[in-house]
Ligand binder design. Structure first.
Ligand SMILES: [Zn+2]
Length: 587
């Protein structure tokens, strides 16, 4: 391990020395062929393009551990950008919709209202997803003749996104374009309206009626990038010795048609000739899906001339496949390492494309993740640590049994979704007046294996001052009306699992709790206005949007995050010539 760290350190130092030499040299040679100052390009006042990249389920420590395996875009972000090494979501609901909404708005779920991927709608008495829109005039639409179901929008996002504010507060020339495999990512990154917000559903690229459609996406969709990958095989990219951990991830649950070891063929369930549901699951769990998203992003830059208009454009990509692979194979797998190796290559291509089309230094990139992941419980148990599965249907049964003698509606619990417990209409109001019954319910929940604590809604409302980080995290997640009545805090390394009793768990592991393995994510900034370096102060991904807003000169209405001022260049010398070329900002 020490050797690994040393070699990275040496390489970083020599790369810096080398790039300084190259810079000095190119400045000198440049002076011979070009007149100085007057015609040298002026540092633009604002970035021409903001690029937001979210890697779904990328733990913060993947950068520390796997940096030595990277040679492309991820490595470039670390070496040329500002790397915040202690970034973590300060809330409990570490899920996709919540994380993307936080990064996009600069607000916590208590403010932006996206409290989970899906929650119990008390009025409708059913589960709703964070993007499901009941407005009958809204409809999802498909590219290349696809006819998707449903209607997904950002109507539940209670504040505008950074991209929306950028468009509204500047000259309205901003183009907003987002891509992901998931609706809840593409939509939350864009906001309520966009020039394009595109996701993948049932083998097709889709969007919905509030968002624009683009001919270049239609063209790309017609070439069926997913189907074109049918028959390919995902093999390890590096020599076996370059990978951490064993060949098989303990407790992993691969998609149908795949083994626990490489190579992984993309041939569907039975290996028959046609793409089936299992194929699309395999594709989404493979590096090929990341490459398809990267191609769409590059096509967007070309087709719309992003970064060439009067205003600042906004391009966002959420790479979903790391999340699928993480759920299946866990964080201690070769699969998670290899998909990052391949993503590193894709991001290298994307940055090279942006350098060429927009110009190095004219765009700013922010990369982060929506949440991390807990090790597969069966794997963690090997260490002798207290780890396990907190079975939610069993918890529900315990609570029902506990309230039985107290004459409540049956069932008393309407739903347990993640850590949120929702009671049937009227039950929790009555429980709050009925201390004996409430105590019995709380005791029953605490008796469930894996439960560390239970919080009540009234303890979280209005974000009370507290010294407990877990209590504060629960309160930062609480949004009245949408959050539950009671909240389960599992013990560390206990996986919340909703698999029906008697059925086998259909995935390896998950996320969604206020512990560091779910909260700690990378935050990397690079390009326009960014001061490269490693930064160790604790920050949150809600700081990304305020920082981008500062670079673009706009104001966010309801942010919980702060400007990462330490990583911003001071534009002191834009009018006076720089004293030394080495000290000049390398925009
Ligand atoms: Zn996930």
């Amino acid at each position: 391990m020490a050797r690994r760290t040393n070699s990275i350190g040496h390489r970083t130092i020599s790369a810096l020395v080398l790039s300084a030499l190259i810079f000095t040299f190119s400045s000198l040679t440049g002076a011979q062929t070009r007149p100085p100052a007057a015609t040298s390009p002026r540092v633009p006042a604002k970035p021409k393009l903001v690029v937001l990249l979210v890697v779904d389920q990328m733990r913060g420590d993947y950068v520390d551990k796997f940096l030595g395996q990277w040679t492309g875009g991820l490595k470039r972000l670390v070496e040329e950008g500002a790397w915040f090494r202690d970034a973590a979501f300060p809330y409990a609901a570490t899920e996709t919709c919540v994380g993307h909404a936080t990064i996009s708005t600069g607000a916590f779920p208590a403010t932006h209202g996206m409290v989970a991927n899906a929650w119990w709608d008390r009025k409708e008495q059913k589960m709703v997803t964070c993007t499901a829109d009941p407005d009958p005039s809204v409809k999802n639409t498909g590219y290349a003749g696809a006819t998707p179901k449903g209607a997904d929008t950002a109507w539940r996002l209670a504040v505008p996104s950074f991209a929306e504010e950028l468009k509204f507060q500047t000259s309205e020339t901003t183009r907003i374009v987002t891509f992901s495999l998931k609706a809840r990512a593409a939509i939350t990154m864009a906001g309520h309206k966009a020039d394009a917000a595109t996701w993948f559903d049932g083998g097709a690229w889709v969007t919905s009626s509030p968002y624009g459609t683009q001919p270049f996406i239609e063209e790309q969709a017609k070439s069926h990038p997913a189907k074109a990958d049918f028959g390919k095989t995902w093999s390890l990219s590096l020599p076996e010795s370059a990978y951490w951990y064993g060949e098989k991830a303990l407790g992993a649950v691969p998609p149908d048609g795949w083994d626990l070891t490489f190579p992984h063929p993309l041939r569907g369930k039975m290996g028959v000739g046609e793409p089936d549901g299992a194929f699309y699951e395999q594709w989404a769990s493979s590096p090929y899906a990341d490459t398809a998203l990267t191609e769409l992003a590059e096509k967007a830059v070309d087709a719309l001339n992003l970064g060439k208009a009067a205003g600042t454009d906004f391009l966002a990509v959420s790479y979903s496949s790391v999340d699928y692979v993480g759920h299946e194979f866990g964080p201690r797998s070769r699969e998670i390492q290899d998909i990052l190796v391949r993503l590193d290559k894709d991001l290298g291509d994307l940055f090279a494309h942006l350098d060429q089309k927009v110009g190095r230094g004219n765009y700013v990139v922010a990369l982060s993740a929506d949440h991390g992941v807990v090790p597969i419980p069966e794997d963690m148990q090997k260490t002798g640590a207290d780890a396990g599965v907190l079975h939610l249907p069993e918890l529900q049964e315990r609570i029902e049994k506990a309230v039985e003698p107290f004459n409540y509606a049956k069932p008393a619990v309407a739903r347990i979704s993640g850590s949120d417990i929702y009671f049937a209409p009227g039950v929790y109001d009555k429980l709050q007046q009925d201390h004996a019954a409430l105590q019995v319910v709380l005791d029953a929940a605490l008796a469930q294996p894996g439960v560390a604590a239970v919080y009540r809604a009234e303890e979280l409302r209005d974000r009370p001052a507290t010294q407990s980080p877990v209590h504060r995290a629960m309160a930062n997640s609480y949004f009245p009306g949408r959050s539950g009545d009671l909240f389960i805090l599992p013990k560390p390394y206990w996986l919340l699992d909703g698999t029906p009793t008697g059925k086998q768990r259909s995935y390896g592991t998950g996320h969604g709790v206020p512990y560091n393995y779910d909260q700690h994510v990378p935050v990397l900034l690079m390009g326009f206005g960014i001061q490269p370096g490693q930064y160790f102060q604790p920050i949150t991904p809600a700081d990304i949007a305020p920082t981008l807003a500062a670079l673009c000169g706009i104001t966010l209405s309801s942010r919980d995050g702060h400007v990462l001022a330490e990583a911003l260049k001071r534009p002191a010398s834009t009018s006076a010539p720089a004293k030394s070329s080495l000290g000049a900002p390398r925009n």
